[in-house]
Design a protein around this ligand. Sequence first.
Ligand code: NDP
Length: 479
Amino acid sequence: MKIQNYINGQFLPPVADGWIDNYCPANGEVYGQIPNSSKEDVESAYMAAKSAFPTWSQTTLEARSRILIKISELLEANLQRFAEAESKDNGKPISLAKTIDIPRAASNFRFFGNAITQFASESHESIGLNAINYTLRQPIGVVGCISPWNLPLYLFTWKIAPAIAAGNCVVAKPSEITPMTAYLLGDILKEAGLPKGVLNIVHGLGTSTGQAIVEHPGIKAISFTGGTATGAHIARVAAPMFKKLSLELGGKNPNIIFADCDYDDMLETTVRSSFANQGQICLCGSRIFIEASIYEKFKTDFVTKVKALKVGHPSEEDTNIGALVSKPHLEKVMEYIEIAKQENGKILCGGNRVTVEDYENGYYLQPTVIEVETDECRINQEEVFGPVVTIMPFHTEEEVLKMANKVKYGLSATLWTNNLKRTMRMSNQLQSGIVWINTWMMRDLRTPFGGVKASGVGREGGFEALRFFTETKNVCIKY
Ligand code: NDP
């Protein structure tokens, strides 16, 4: 099947008629094609967005909200269809797509549909000067949203929903590796009555289609989620045009386990925080530090649980670990396992490809646990973004804090302890945008989301996202 762009409310082939193969990670076969969109396609998406902007930006909040909530309801009504498409396109277990990815995409629209009706700005009375200031938060105009392949519709909508709620018009590009659910969204946008041109979806390669969005002088803000190197490149291109930028980038998150934690809860959650979505979540805790007194017990129990995970075809309901997203990504993850071996890392379980019967060419890999001698080895410092974690013991709070912070990234950190004072001390000092205590990936959409250091710039989520997608203007009146 051939996926189309969605521009000005219409499904369109790319102007230059160029196409890219779309692979199914579960069997390694090409199952469709997507537009290899050029600058011309981005330009027509931009023109559609530009002409929709005057009306959309003046549409009442109630009317915008109603459309966003309608999109959310339609996604929920089409849960099975979208979940199957996401699982096929990405390789993720259908159970995950059904319970996390698609429901969360629906909540993104519902949440921002409601949030925009509560978004307010400030006023400052200048006492003694007979003046009052009020702040306007106005939509920016045409904005660009670029998202990655790991949580395709979930992250695509995380950007688009606040952008349109705030009154902007959007040119959006999903990852070329996982375009399917963004394509299917077009039908829902139509059915929900989103006016044409408000949201335009252009498919293609990051280096050409994505680059054309970032380079476009009329696109005033870019919200990007993806790798750190791509984020740095986008920042370089956008800087001379003074575009507003929100960059959600890579991570190498520590999972710090103290002996006084609730052990069973920790163990179960740690299996999830290590391997959910084949470890391809920017928030996965890929460096596990365990207090020395429980290290041996943890090692035995953790490896036993990891070995019991079922690697299988994504469409089977009892599959825990599906296929990695692509062949090059599988090869990259396997290279890191080799690097770890060369660095004296001890493979406690996993490390090899898995052959799933009837799907021998699928990109399956065993969940892998590596015991490392030092936190400074490459496998402990560089983002692998696959089903691979390292474990090592620590002795003191100071020591583990130092190791946790000694990476270039700073997205999230997880801490397992029942000691309140330690919780407070460490949360203050961990260098990351998000700290989870005795839990992982518990999300409340009102909270700020984003990273420090090489994990990004800016925050999304709740009113932070609405602030990003609006331009702030102060008006001062003397009376
Ligand atoms: P990439 O950086 O390769 O790609 C992300 C998106 O950017 C894709 O749509 C890609 O297109 C596009 N792109 C690539 N080059 C350019 C360019 N020059 N100009 C504009 N757009 C471009 O990341 P991945 O898709 O490989 O995603 C994995 C990365 O995302 C990991 O590093 C992960 O940590 C990070 N991530 C961060 C999250 C966060 O919230 N901090 C959440 C999830 C993932 P195409 O795919 O077509 O090349």
